[in-house]
Ligand binder design. Sequence first.
Ligand code: PBG
Length: 325
Amino acid sequence: MTFPSRRLRRLRRTPALRRLVAESQLTQNDLIAPLFVREGITEPQPIESLPGVMQHTQASLLDEVRQLRDLGIPGVILFGVPQHKDAEGSEAWNPSGVVQVALNELRADLGDDIVVMADLCVDEYTDHGHCGIVGGDGHVDNDATLEIYARIAQAQADAGAHVVAPSGMMDGQVAAIRAGLDQAGHTEIPILAYSAKYASALYGPFRDAVDVTIVGGGDRKAYQQDWHNSREALEEIRFDLDEGADMIMVKPAVTYLDIIAAAREITDVPIAAYHVSGEYSMIKAAAANGWIDGPAAALEQLTAVKRAGADMILTYFAREIAETL
Ligand code: PBG
């Protein structure tokens, strides 16, 4: 047979040939591990809907981050579960709040060995579960929330965060945080902006992990993006870049590969994608039933996220994947 398409299968014949022509490759250098640290516990607590992931004590967190460093993972991102929640989420900027304590301890032990990022939001810290200050009309007040985000950024940077990552989807949050950091002398701290973050049904297990219930059965559709839209994501990304974002993020990942690919077309800054809790748990649950090969499905999905154009991936599989790569 001499038809030209004959050559496609020639390059798939052996594992080494396939490796040679592979266009995208997932390595441990692409991975950021999301980690939960909870105040007031003495033993790490498993999270039922996120098999293999823990709410850490300060001590078990340190141990975990040391191991991730040893596996060659370059970054972690911290989420705090405070004992005390209030209307503003004030524990989020308390210098002795759970994440600030963790940042101090991790930096004291690990220095610059691994990039320690802090998620910057208040939903884990507010008694109503929203990502900002709720105004009289029941909506999250954009500008009042920006003020507290700037305070949190300063507290996180003071405590040793290498990077702050605002995830609240308020308009103007990157500009407010950049100004707050600069005023406090933290001109060198980069912002990883959760720019295109959708109001997804895939965050359920995360909300178990951080003990968040949105008051009155509410949702985040008045600030997170509507998943009917894609051009709007590019608007979000352009504004964040104009406001000074150093890196941008698309979230979730696999349902939003089109957004990652479109983002890659419009910017050369590093792009992160968040393979979220529901994406992880779906694979874990199907694998536990023997319905799919879990590790193979995880590698396929995460490689697809890179293929779409992401430079780094926040994933609960970070440790497991790094152990096999
Ligand atoms: C907000 C935040 C959320 C996630 C990361 N940051 C939850 C939300 O927006 O409701 C979800 C991550 C995941 O599902 O893994 N602080």
